[in-house]
Design a protein around this ligand. Structure first.
Ligand code: ADP
Ligand code: MG
Length: 261
């Protein structure tokens, strides 16, 4: 597994103990009623690593990400993030979630507040930051995603690509150790995909630990340290992008890639 050392200035204060994966998933199962969706997932993500998860619709990709920030409760197995066991019944769920940023296909911005408000409200409510500090962090992160000039705009005044960049800046404003992306460009018109991928590429370059569910194979090839192919609730194969995408070992992977490439 490729181990990347993030730049010193990107290391969060409560960084993972040296040598431990940032995300550690063991024998993860998730059922909805009698629908056994995740069937034993084992996956480690090293600090600073970018893992792209690919696979057909219904294979459990979203459920996997949602188990990593406890939007879903695993039925069996363990998930550790930054050395903390999320699956421990006594875990402080809110404290864990603060360390994990999530970006969805639908941007989920608050429609009735401006961009600055979208970035400052969660910081104030969840982190208890004062207004001035929250606004400062908001400015820094809008700058990071190239939207410093849109601070006063409302979501409806922005393109889909801009809205998704605001959603990323909002997640970053919480100071996460890990970022999870669930098909962040799937709802966008094709000409707006590139600007969102550019921001994600930037984050990867800064040493952010990322799990990205995506169908953007060129992004996976260029940015992912590892590509994981899921089907039927299991990891069928994983490895460097060049290997999994260009020379897949499994028939199921080849069939999937033939359909989307
Ligand atoms: P993917 O993201 O790979 O398309 P999902 O993780 O969204 O797959 O879904 C995998 C399966 O889990 C599907 O059969 C879906 O219907 C089911 N599923 C996902 N979320 C729920 C839920 N909250 N309640 C019931 N079934 C769910
Ligand atoms: Mg999904």
């Amino acid at each position: 597994m490729p181990q990347q050392t993030p730049p010193a200035d990107a290391t969060p204060a409560d960084a993972t103990p040296a040598g431990r994966p940032e995300i550690e998933i063991r024998d993860l199962h998730k059922s909805f009623g009698d629908n056994h969706v995740l069937r034993g997932i084992d996956l480690d993500v090293a600090p600073g690593e970018v893992v792209c998860v690919i696979g057909p619709s219904g294979s459990g990709k979203s459920t996997l990400l949602r188990c990593v920030n406890l939007l879903e409760e695993p039925s069996r197995g363990t998930v550790h993030v930054g050395g903390t066991e999320l699956t421990d019944p006594d875990v402080d769920i809110d404290a864990v979630r603060r360390r994990i940023g999530m970006v969805f296909q639908q941007f989920n911005l608050f429609p009735h507040v401006d961009v600055t408000g979208n970035l400052t409200l969660p910081q104030r409510r969840v982190l208890g930051r004062d207004k001035a500090r929250a606004a400062e962090v908001a400015r820094e992160n809008l700058d990071r995603v190239g939207l410093a000039d849109k601070a006063g705009a409302f979501p409806a005044q922005l393109s889909g690509g801009q809205q998704q960049r605001v959603a990323i800046a909002r997640a970053l404003s919480m100071g996460p150790e890990v970022m999870l992306f669930d098909e962040p460009t799937s709802a966008l018109d094709p000409e707006l995909v590139g600007e969102v991928l550019s921001v994600m590429r930037l984050l990867a370059g800064e040493g952010m630990t990322m799990m990205v569910v995506t169908h953007e194979m060129s992004f996976a090839r260029e940015v992912a340290d590892r590509v994981v192919f899921m089907d039927g609730g299991v990891i069928v194969e994983q490895g460097p992008a060049a290997q999994v995408i260009t020379r897949p070992a499994h028939e199921r992977t080849r069939n999937f890639l033939d359909r989307i490439l």
